[in-house]
Design a protein around this ligand. Structure first.
Ligand code: TMP
Length: 259
């Protein structure tokens, strides 16, 4: 088998050249990082879970008319995606105070926010992804004003949809981060949801117990990350191929691409 060309390696994913022009293969690693990779661990099984959860959410969001980079899942760790020009902005939507907003504004974690709040962070590891305003983004040309409006509207729609989806399975969507890219379509630039949406990039709390079902389990040394991610997958009704505990009767997928 010939070696695929690696286009980019991030903290939790690798992008390989895809089978056709304009496509890439997005590979989910087991690496967990926090605090700009100052904390790092390999957590067996995380990549497989995030691949499935992100696939599920991107497909559901596609069904409500959100354009995404997702084409199809290839195997347990990989999905085929459309190649985009990534906009170097992380868009965070918050419904409940937690994490950095709680710290920055002195809010108690768990306090509902007066309304959903959208924040922007500049994707630049050297600077630890600083928070920026619309002024910074448009003045420095990271995104044009109409692009930023579109990203904000899409992020809020994603928030509405996902808040309902998770509430239906007993999970509160506290906050999440999304990324967008540009796709050239007949001389028009379309803003498309990119990257991943998974418990790595969301805060998900059990409605009854406030149990954390997300990467804060790793950031805060709580343990039980894989079990928490499995619980999210189980509640969303996602069967994990290759995991005997998730489907005792069904066939086991054997993938030649799996490492
Ligand atoms: P924060 O409270 O640390 O700013 O995080 C807000 C949300 O964004 C939370 O759901 C975790 C997610 N997030 C990422 O996906 N990547 C990051 O690098 C950071 C800092 C947060």
């Amino acid at each position: 088998m010939s070696k695929r060309r690696r286009i980019y390696e991030g903290k939790a994913k690798i992008l390989y050249e895809g089978p056709e022009p304009g496509t890439l293969v997005q590979h989910f690693k087991d690496d967990a990082t926090a605090f700009n990779a100052k904390k790092h661990e390999v957590i067996d099984g995380k990549g497989v879970l995030n691949n499935r959860i992100s696939e599920y959410l991107f497909v559901r969001l596609g069904e409500i008319g959100i354009y995404t980079h997702f084409i199809k899942r290839l195997n347990m760790r990989e999905q085929l995606i459309r190649e985009l020009e990534i906009i170097p902005i992380e868009v965070v939507v918050r419904n409940i105070a937690a994490g950095s907003i709680a710290k920055r504004l002195g809010l108690e974690e768990g306090t509902p926010l007066p309304r959903s709040i959208v924040e922007f962070y500049f994707k630049e590891d050297k600077l630890d992804d600083p928070m920026v305003s619309e002024e910074h983004i448009t003045a420095f040309g990271w995104a044009q004003p109409p692009e930023l409006d579109e990203m904000t509207a899409m992020a809020l729609r994603i928030n509405d949809y996902m808040s309902g989806l998770f509430m239906g399975v007993g999970i509160r969507l506290v906050d999440f981060k999304v990324e967008f890219g540009r796709l050239l379509e007949n001389d028009m630039i379309r803003i498309v949801l990119a990257d991943e949406i998974s418990p790595d990039s969301c805060r998900l709390w059990d409605v009854e117990t406030d149990d954390k079902l997300d990467k804060d389990r790793f950031r805060r040394d709580m343990g039980g990350l894989v079990d928490a991610y499995k619980e999210v997958a189980r509640r969303l009704g996602i069967l994990l191929e290759g995991d005997p505990s998730s489907d005792k009767s069904g066939p086991r997928l054997v993938s030649s691409n799996e490492d």
